[in-house]
Design a protein. Structure first.
Length: 122
């Protein structure tokens, strides 16, 4: 891994604290990504200051709530709505909640594995 990229596992309850620290260090929010795992999701939050990148991996179960960072980084609202709508991630305390209307899609949480299984078997 390159020296200007840092990758850190982080419990979900520490996410707002790390976001505040990033904001105080004038870091920009680069991306938030959700990935399905066997037990839930890996949520990747990337921040950058200049060319120094930090990515926090937050591993959560399918039903675990994840605190929003939209009060710290308002642009995270789009990512958080996307995670909720496409994957079914439970994001709590979102400042801007589109209530599953961000995308015009035919199926609820199309990237949630058990949703796909239900569609095939149902």
């Amino acid at each position: 891994m390159r020296e200007n990229y840092v990758y850190v596992d982080l419990p979900s309850e520490l996410l707002p604290l790390k976001a505040v620290k990033a904001k105080n260090n004038k870091a920009r929010l680069v991306q938030i990504c959700a990935v399905n795992t066997e037990t839930g999701y890996d949520l990747l939050y990337s921040f950058a200051t200049g060319y120094h990148f930090v990515t926090y991996k937050v591993a959560v179960s399918k039903d675990e709530e994840v605190p929003s960072i939209s009060d710290i980084y308002p642009s995270s609202s789009l990512y958080e709505n996307e995670m909720r709508e496409l994957f079914g991630v439970n994001v709590k305390y979102m400042k801007l909640n589109y209530h599953n209307k961000l995308y015009t899609i035919d199926e609820k949480t199309p990237f949630r594995p058990e949703q796909k299984e239900a569609d095939v078997n149902g």
